[in-house]
Design a protein around this ligand. Structure first.
Ligand SMILES: [Zn+2]
Length: 421
């Protein structure tokens, strides 16, 4: 099936978000280094909120003459100070930006977005100063517009499942942000607006449920740190269940603590790509080009990072979400370009929400998460309303792949999304 997908290139949203973080990370910040960092950095010379003009090109020659369909809202809070980061990158940000009438200086932002809070927050959440001063250079084109078939039936069994988690995405952030890619996924697939994370609503515990199909009590991971002495998840996981049927598996992730979910010999391609959505996405595109495993998990961390730094539902976090949306567009486009989209179930969800600058408790803000499913032979435009928990994702993936659901799992496949059970 030929899909009509259009892409555009706009690097600035990423740079804007991380430039803001760079400015807030003063030299007096405590030198905390608990996460790996990227090696590619770019020179940043901040001026008065320039914004680029997006250019759009068709991705294939059989598409109509492209129109500029992306009207992505520009950033509305940007730093006012100048800063320079050491550069080893081979490319630099575009200098051809044109000012936007809607851009405003940071003086008008809410207190929670004030960069001067960052040193304290950096100390609190333990994100490294080096990480904040790094602006990974996108090696791919963000995608702001996808056009998918209105009807997508085909004689094409699902051979691949791609699970993407947007770390820290609160369900009610979606209506507040411009997310054309997720909007398209929702319109052409199934969507649950109030899926539930498990408690404690933290990253590792919930990813263990998402990929392990079990409640925390049964998968055994009740911690949220990286400590090999604590052991591994009590399987089976989606990875090990897939391997038991000779399927291939891959995992691209930002937080090393997620390795607690990786049982021995369960993941063929294990890539700790770095702590930034651009690094994760670039790695995912490389993986897709090299060959898509039957099960691929992709972990995007930026929304969570922005929440910890600037607050959940802050303008900065909503920017991060909008940028993450465009990276997911790049991933879906790559699946299509390499011929996988007709054979792939894509599930996009989150591990938890947040409130103020934290998460972990059993409040709606911290536990209600979105859940999307996209693929051939799925009902389109379906809004789910039956209870759906984090641990239902792995059984849904197993069902789609046609492998048995392990009896140890607590979750149930979300059968409503499929035309044929
Ligand atoms: Zn998380």
């Amino acid at each position: 099936m030929s899909h009509i997908l259009r892409k555009s290139y706009l690097v600035f949203p990423t740079l804007t978000i991380w430039l803001l973080l760079v400015v807030g990370c003063s030299s007096s910040s405590p030198p905390i280094a608990v996460e790996p960092t990227a090696t590619n950095e770019v020179v940043l010379t901040n001026t008065a909120t320039p914004l680029p003009t997006a250019t759009h090109t068709p991705f294939s020659t059989d598409t109509p003459t492209p129109k500029i369909t992306s009207t992505k809202a520009p950033a509305t809070n940007t730093p006012t100070a100048s800063t320079t980061a050491t550069s080893s990158a081979t490319t630099t940000p575009s200098a051809t930006a044109t000012p936007s009438a809607t851009a405003t200086p940071s003086a008008t932002t809410t207190p929670s977005d004030t960069p001067t809070l960052l040193p304290t927050l950096v100390s609190t959440v333990g994100i490294s100063q080096t990480f904040l001063s790094t602006v990974p250079d996108p090696t791919f084109d963000p995608v702001f517009s996808l056009t998918l078939p209105d009807s997508w039936p085909c004689d094409c069994p699902i051979e691949h499942v791609v699970i993407i988690t947007i770390d820290g995405l609160r369900a009610d952030a979606l209506p507040e942000a411009d997310t054309p890619i997720l909007d398209t996924v929702r319109a052409h697939g199934a969507f649950h607006p109030t899926a539930r994370a498990v408690v404690p609503s933290v990253t590792l515990v919930n990813h263990a449920s998402i990929l392990g199909g079990m409640t925390p009590e049964n998968h055994g991971i009740m911690w949220n740190i990286n400590d090999p002495a604590l052991g591994l998840i009590k399987g089976p996981t989606l990875f090990s269940a897939a391997k038991a049927y000779s399927l291939t598996t891959g995992m691209i992730y930002a937080k090393p603590k997620l390795e607690h979910i990786v049982l021995t010999d369960s993941v063929d391609s294990l890539v700790h790509a770095g702590y930034h959505d651009t690094l994760i996405t670039a790695s995912a595109l490389n993986q897709i080009e090299a060959g898509l495993p039957n099960v691929l998990f992709i972990h995007l961390p930026n929304v969570d990072s922005a929440g910890h730094l600037m607050g959940w539902m802050s303008k900065t976090q909503l920017w991060a979400l909008e940028t993450t949306d465009s990276y997911i567009g790049a991933i879906i486009l790559a699946l299509d370009q390499h011929g996988y989209l007709d054979r792939t179930l894509v599930i996009i969800t989150s591990d938890h929400g947040g409130v103020d600058h934290k998460h972990g408790a059993d409040t709606p803000e911290e536990t209600i998460i979105p859940w999307f499913a996209l693929g051939p032979n799925l009902k389109q435009g379906l809004e789910l309303n039956e209870p759906l928990f984090a641990y239902d994702t792995a059984p849904t993936a197993a069902h789609a792949l046609g492998i048995p659901i392990p009896p140890e799992w607590d979750g149930q496949p979300v059968l409503d999304i499929f035309f044929h059970d």
